[in-house]
Every structure is written in structure tokens, then in C-alpha cells.
Ligand binder design. Structure first.
Ligand code: F6P
Length: 329
């Protein structure tokens, strides 16, 4: 066992439902091992400003079901500069924090790596709705975000059907299309645009909308990833080419909030506990991951270089598009 007496925990980057479950697990696993846990507010910004708060098991009661992060979060541009990275490492040392759990996405992992290079014992926990961390098949928040988006798209489909319209629905994901792909399949959408596939054939989509309309389809749902964007322009082009009223909806931040699903609570709790166990075992510069059906960990530097991509088989699924307008006149 390493001689870890105090662990810091922070959440960084875009918040993700389930982050609170991870914080709770860090605090409670630490407390169970007799370790003091300090919450660092507002991610790396709070590390620079020494916004430290003592956490105990009671303090994290009844937070599992809360969306967001009780520690707040931030995107800290200063942290790209060596001077501030050193200041953060010094603040940790001065406050007696021997180990740090960083819950966040790829940008947060890069920040964690800078601290690791300065000798800080860091463990990363993957927290992002975007799902774009190469080292893991699970990221905190993705499941909840997809479920939120799927349910919103169901609602949009209702009104789209009543008005016999086409709907372009833009979902989050920064430069990747995982949320879009899952919504495409789960909502039986008619088309999908993601940044990973720039060979999108707009004429083929228009032809298929017209063909489906001829066959009696009452609505047409197109999922557009944020990384492709320009949903309003696409809606105008589709309306002009098909003559079908077309509206764009950008789902936006609704996807980042809300009570986490059971999956996000369970996986985030497991990963938070795992991160503390790694630090207590004297491991450093690691990230927690879920791969091939197992919780595991990787070297932080290696994890940052790991890539993942859209599952081609799922992207190419054909014949699942569209829902019939059952029960309507
Ligand atoms: O990384 C999560 C995410 O919601 C992305 O999907 C989106 O591009 C980005 O964060 C938005 O960031 P911000 O909250 O800074 O506007």
C-alpha cells in the first residue's frame, strides 16, 4: 500500500450525468480506507484558486440521483500554460494532497497528464457525454445523454407526424457522432449525418424522403451530429428539394442534464471506487476504463493516444430506417 493520506477529486470539462455518483464513490471509498478526501471546485480552475472543500460521507448523501456535478466544473484555458500547471502541482503539495482523481473527458486527461509529468499521483476517470475516449468502452454520462435525446426525438416525431413534416434533429458530440449513431438506431430515423463520414450523399437522402413519402410515410427524421452542424440550412435545402415542410431542432444542453440512468450510476460508482483503489495501491498516472466487459486501467500517457471509431457495422445497418405512423388515420 502506498502512503496516501489525502486524495483530491475534481470534475472538469463539460459536465455529465453520473459525475456525482463517481464523486460519491471516491469520497466513500476513501473514507472507508481512512483517507481524507478533498473536493476541488470548478476543475483545474479551482486547483489554481485553491477552492478546496473537505468531503465526508454525509456530504455526498443523496447526490447519486442528481445531474450535473456538485463540485462544479470549468474549462480552464490557463491550464495549457506550464506556469499554471506548476502552480497547480504546488497547490496540491502545499495542501497535503497526495493523490488526485480527475473526472472528465479527453481535455481533462491531457490536463491530468501535465500534472502527472510534474510528479502528481493522478488517476483519470472518463466523464463525457460524447463517448470519445479511446481507452474505454464506457464514459460517464453517455448513456443518460442518449436516453434523454432518444426520448426528446420521440416527442419531436409525434409532432412531426401530426404535421406530416420532416425534422432535422441536431444532437451533441463535439467532433464525434456516437450520440447521433445511437439516436439514429434507437429512433429508427431516416438518415444520419456525422462528422466521421464526410461523404454524406444529400441527393440520396432527398430521394429516400420522397420515396418514403410516396409509400405513405408521414414523417421523416434526420439525425445530424453537432460536428456537422448547419441544421437550419440543411432543413431549408430539404424543404426546397422535396416540397415537404422541414424544421430543425437543436437539442443542445438538455442532453447534459437530468438524473443519471442506472447504468451511469453503477458504472460511475465502480469507476470512482476503482480510481481510489489504484491510488491506495500506489499506482499513479493511470486511467480507469471499461473494456471487453471488464473494469481495468491503463497508463495515462498511453490512454491519451488510444483511438476509437464509430462501429462501421452499426453505421452501415440498412433497412431499419423509419417508423410507420401506426394508429393514425
Ligand atoms: O463535451 C461535451 C459537450 O457537451 C459537447 O458535446 C459539446 O460540443 C460541448 O461539450 C459544449 O461545450 P460548452 O459547455 O463549453 O458549450
Amino acid at each position: 500500500m502506498a502512503d496516501i493520506k489525502t486524495i483530491g477529486v475534481l470534475t472538469s470539462g463539460g459536465d455529465a450525468p453520473g459525475m456525482n455518483a463517481a464523486i460519491r464513490a471516491v469520497v466513500r471509498t476513501g473514507a472507508a480506507a481512512g483517507v481524507r478526501v478533498i473536493g476541488i471546485k470548478r476543475g483545474f480552475t479551482g486547483l489554481l484558486d485553491k477552492e478546496f472543500v473537505d468531503m465526508d460521507p454525509e456530504r455526498v448523501s443523496e447526490i447519486m440521483e442528481l445531474g450535473g456535478t456538485i463540485l462544479y466544473t470549468a474549462r480552464c484555458s490557463k491550464f495549457l500554460e506550464a506556469e499554471y500547471q506548476q502552480m497547480a502541482a504546488d497547490n496540491l503539495a502545499q495542501s497535503g494532497i497526495d493523490g488526485l482523481v480527475v473526472i472528465g473527458g479527453d481535455g481533462s486527461y491531457r490536463g491530468a497528464k501535465c500534472l502527472a509529468d510534474l510528479g502528481v499521483h493522478v488517476v483519470g476517470v472518463p466523464g463525457t457525454i460524447d463517448f470519445d475516449i479511446g481507452s474505454t468502452d464506457y464514459t460517464i454520462g453517455f448513456d443518460t445523454a442518449v436516453n434523454t435525446a432518444v426520448s426528446a426525438i420521440d416527442k419531436i416525431t409525434d409532432t412531426s407526424t401530426s404535421h406530416e413534416r420532416c425534422s432535422i434533429i441536431e444532437v451533441m458530440g463535439r467532433n464525434v457522432g456516437y450520440i447521433a449513431l445511437w439516436c439514429h438506431i434507437a429512433n429508427g430515423a431516416d438518415g444520419i449525418l456525422i462528422p466521421e463520414k464526410d461523404e454524406f450523399d444529400e441527393q440520396a437522402l432527398i430521394d429516400s424522403i420522397l420515396n418514403n413519402r410516396r409509400k405513405g410515410r408521414k414523417h421523416h427524421i434526420i439525425i445530424n451530429a453537432e460536428g456537422v452542424g448547419r441544421s437550419n440550412r440543411l432543413a431549408k435545402r430539404i424543404e426546397a428539394a422535396t416540397g415537404i415542410e422541414t424544421r430543425a431542432t437543436i437539442l443542445g444542453y438538455i442532453q447534459r442534464g437530468g438524473t443519471p440512468t442506472a447504468k451511469d450510476r453503477v458504472y460511475a460508482s465502480t469507476m470512482g471506487a476503482y480510481a481510489v483503489d489504484l491510488l491506495l495501491r500506489g499506482e499513479e498516472h493511470r486511467v480507469v476504463a471499461y473494456k471487453d466487459g471488464k473494469f481495468m486501467d491503463f497508463d495515462l500517457g498511453e490512454a491519451i493516444t488510444m483511438k476509437k471509431s464509430i462501429e462501421e457495422y452499426q453505421f452501415l445497418l440498412r433497412g431499419l430506417e423509419g417508423r410507420e405512423s401506426a394508429g393514425r388515420a
